[in-house]
Design a protein around this ligand. Structure first.
Ligand code: FES
Length: 110
């Protein structure tokens, strides 16, 4: 089972993720209040994470096009709703409900 280490606004969380689970859902399962305002459709970018260490799937066209419209992205930024977990990862969660004051949004489909 892949292990995730996530830097959050309140510290570092470590948890196991189900193989092939969407990263945004694995983060949410761990009790981290990551935003996912468009429901996992690669439209809002609020589920963005920084990949600090570990291998993730290559970026697909939908994610690439959406991120290309953003200014000043943190390095190695990915949309966690567009990634499935297959390996151990160290990530940084970049948008949280408790920090932004926003509602998390519709839960992405499995
Ligand atoms: S881009 Fe909106 S939830 Fe991922």
């Amino acid at each position: 089972m892949p292990k995730i280490e996530a830097d959050t606004a309140t510290g570092v969380e470590s948890f196991d993720a189900l193989e092939n689970r969407k990263l945004v859902l694995a983060i949410k399962d761990a009790g981290i209040d990551i935003l996912h305002r468009c429901g996992g459709n690669a439209k809002c970018t609020t589920c963005r994470v920084e990949i600090i260490e570990g291998d993730v799937e290559p970026m697909q066209e939908l994610e690439r096009e959406r991120l290309a419209r953003e200014d000043k992205l943190e390095p190695n930024t990915r949309l966690s709703c567009q990634i499935r977990v297959h390996n151990d990862l160290h990530i940084k969660v970049l948008r949280q409900a408790s920090v932004t004051g926003l509602e998390p949004g519709t839960v992405p489909a499995e």
